[in-house]
Design a binder for this molecule. Structure first.
Ligand code: C2E
Ligand code: MG
Ligand code: MG
Length: 683
């Protein structure tokens, strides 16, 4: 996965729902705090007005006392007069400078140990009454909270106790006495006036009505915010689901797999566990789709997805990669590589067995490639080391490389990855990428391997064998690239190139008056599918003009199994054009004597394999060779023995009447110049 993609995914994962929920909770708490503060301020406002009114009354008392004292009365006389004539039942309490009581009325007194804090914008010096229930902790706002229960207890039936609604509202439900210090001009004395703090039911109800109105106002944005939070949480969930949704199987997609598989592998507690990255491939899916339709194909993939999700456990994951390929990350039990492989093979085998039965009415096959991910043991083996730099794509590529090696044979449906596979596949990639430019750059060279007559020991022919002299890799022998060319079909271009080069070479020899040697050229079996092959070869050769008899075309025996009729027809045409045709590698692989009966060839090339493996002294190979030569002779064919390395083999073949020998005993394939020199020496 690219770095940018990984970053974006990381961001998406970090965008969890918790921040939205946390923001919502914080908002609700802030609203609750604002509501409490609002209620408190309302209470302060109402009670503040009452205290200010009390204070104004106290100020009047102090003004009267001052004026009486100004009129010549002692403090006691002034207080008594005032109390008797003016104040009625308002109690006062007067102290001198030393704190001695000079005058007091009423049955209670200021409790100087309990000064009250009325913070209503102005500061008042106030103390509790000796008979009141004020406590030092009480604040003006909280006083109102006390009778709430009483109010709301009867709110449903306000007039039920013989009162009118107005009376009920007017009822005083807070009545607290306290002493306010009133300012005296005569500072020899301190005057305290007993005040009565009263709150009617309506005051408190107004506060609560305001409070509820505020709640209602706040509740609207809170509800909106709540709905919005829920919606955004749901949307995010849905978005994540969509991002991770596979459109075909409706299960998880590859992005999810990459992400989650990496999370599993990098978890700390998984560092000592082995895992297996599996590439599961449904064989011939395109064929299935072509036969039963795209919809049926997708349903099959969805069914596979459903099956796998029931089989893949905790700490494991899977997803469709593309086409009919699934990637699985499975846990591997065991103690060592062998046990991991055995256990994993068992599990995947049983998965495949079940999957094969997924469509009882249709035959489906699976191949699996497995890449074992061993436990992660850090160099210093600390328990807290986790797997680092986990590249899911690379791990999957390896599993895929292993799967590509699995072919149709039953036992080979499951293949384990090893690094040689990767080398092989990289090589194939390289060959496929460079073969065309190599042909253009003439990196393919003709090497010639001489053929000798075992009787005369003279050089009587040669086979043209290709060598790839790569500018970057050096000399490459055919076995490393011919099979790849055959698979890709490029071999036909190479064959054409070789035929042209040989024809050109022979034309030059003719012009230069050199000895003309018949040269055989290999024609791949893939070429025989081409219509008008004989004519095509004819044109290639005629472009340079050598005699057709000097060119022999080698066809491998296996070409016979592809399409006998086309092969026979082409061989006949080639012969009609004057070319010689040989059957290459006779005896290698699955030989069929039938092919000799049907194909009218000129030369039979006995494969080198005939001459190997006779070390037990049985000489069975010799018997077969003898009979094969005899058979060829009877059918009017020439016989060439390939891969001859020993003198005894040459002697034996000479004795049996073999016409030509090609092998390291005489010479290895060599460049043209070297070959020309050899011909001259041989003359
Ligand atoms: P082939 O056509 O059967 O060629 C004979 C192969 O046997 C050559 O291998 C040759 O080097 C090898 N050989 C000859 N004598 C001996 C011997 O005494 N001992 C041993 N061990 N090997 C011997 P080479 O050149 O590697 O070619 C391998 C195969 O590649 C050829 O088998 C042929 O099938 C294919 N090939 C080579 N050049 C071409 C080409 O231009 N076109 C096509 N289509 N195939 C080619
Ligand atoms: Mg050959
Ligand atoms: Mg051969």
């Amino acid at each position: 996965m690219s770095g940018a993609k990984e970053k974006r995914l990381g961001k998406l994962n970090r965008k969890r729902i918790w921040p939205s929920i946390l923001a919502f909770i914080l908002f609700v708490l802030a609203c609750a705090a604002a509501f409490a503060l609002f209620m408190y301020l309302c209470a302060v406002c109402i009670m503040g007005t009452k205290i200010v009114a009390n204070y104004e009354e106290a100020q009047q008392v102090s003004a009267i006392l001052d004026s009486l004292m100004d009129g010549g009365h002692t403090v006691t006389e002034a207080a008594e007069e005032m109390h008797r004539f003016i104040l009625g039942n308002q109690d006062i309490y007067i102290l001198d400078r030393d704190g001695n009581v000079v005058f007091r009325t009423g049955d209670s007194e200021p409790n100087f140990g309990l000064s009250l804090e009325f913070n209503v914008g102005r500061e008042f010096s106030a103390v509790a009454d000796s008979k009141s229930s004020f406590t030092p902790d009480e604040r003006i706002g909280t006083i109102l909270a006390l009778p709430a229960e009483e109010i709301f207890g009867s709110v449903l039936d306000p007039v039920g106790q013989g009162r009118t609604r107005a009376q009920w509202m007017d009822e005083t439900i807070i009545r607290q006495n306290y002493w306010l210090q009133a300012p005296l001009r005569n500072n020899a004395y301190t005057l305290y006036v007993k005040c009565n703090l009263q709150a009617q039911r309506q005051d408190i109800i107004y506060v609560y009505i305001l409070g509820f109105a505020a709640i209602a106002l706040v509740l609207i944005p809170v509800i909106l915010l709540f709905v919005n939070t829920i919606r955004s949480v749901m949307m995010q969930r849905r978005m994540t689901q969509l991002i991770y949704l596979d459109a075909v199987t409706e299960g998880r997609n590859w992005l999810y797999f990459q992400n989650y598989a990496r999370r599993i592998l990098t978890r700390l507690w998984n560092n000592k566990k082995a895992f297996a990255m599996v590439n599961l491939h449904l064989e011939r899916y395109h064929n299935y789709r072509a036969c039963y339709g795209v919809k049926a194909g997708e349903e099959l993939l969805a069914a596979m997805n459903g099956f796998l999700s029931a089989r893949v456990g905790k700490n494991e994951t899977f997803a469709r990669y593309e086409g009919a390929d699934f990637g699985l990350l499975l846990r591997c039990e065991g103690e060592n590589e062998q046990e991991y492989q055995e256990n994993c093979r068992k599990r995947v085998r049983s998965l495949l067995a079940e999957l094969t039965g997924l469509r009882p009415d249709h035959k489906i096959h699976f191949h699996a490639g497995i890449n074992i991910i061993p436990p992660y043991i850090a160099e210093d083996a600390k328990w807290y080391h986790r797997r680092k730099d986990v590249d899911i794509d690379e791990l999957y590529t390896y599993a895929n490389a292993a799967r590509l090696e699995a072919n149709g044979v039953d036992e080979q449906r499951i293949t384990f990855f090893d690094h040689d596979m990767l080398g092989r596949q990289k090589w194939e990639r390289w060959v496929e990428d460079t073969m065309e430019s190599a042909l253009r750059n003439e990196e393919f060279q003709v090497y010639l391997q001489p053929k000798y007559s075992p009787v005369s020991g003279k050089l009587v022919g040669a086979e043209a064998l290709v060598r790839w002299v790569s500018l970057s890799t050096g000399l490459i022998t055919p076995s490393h690239f011919i099979p790849i060319f055959e698979r890709t079909g490029f071999v036909t271009q190479l064959d054409d190139y070789m035929i042209s080069r040989v024809a050109k070479m022979q034309a030059e020899w003719m012009i230069q008056g050199k000895k003309m040697i018949p040269i055989s050229v290999n024609v791949s079996r893939a070429h025989f599918a081409q219509e008008g092959l004989a004519e095509h070869i004819c044109q290639l050769v005629d472009a340079y003009g050598p005699s057709h008899e000097l060119i022999e075309l080698e066809v491998t025996e296996s070409a016979f199994f592809d399409d006998k009729d086309i092969l026979v027809e082409t061989v006949k045409q080639l012969r009609a054009y004057g070319f010689r045709v040989s059957m290459d590698d006779f005896g290698a692989g699955y030989s069929s004597l039938n092919s000799l009966k049907d194909i009218p060839i000129d030369v039979l090339k006995l494969d080198g394999e005939f001459f190997r493996g006779d070390d037990d002294g049985s000489r069975r190979g010799e018997i077969v060779v003898r009979e094969a030569i005899q058979l060829a002779k009877n059918l009017d064919m020439h016989v060439v023995a390939e891969g001859i390395e020993k003198k005894e083999q040459v002697d034996f073949l000479a004795e049996q009447g073999c016409d030509m020998i090609q092998g390291f005993y005489y010479a290895k394939p060599m460049p043209i110049e070297e070959f020309e020199q050899k011909v001259e020496e041989d003359a």
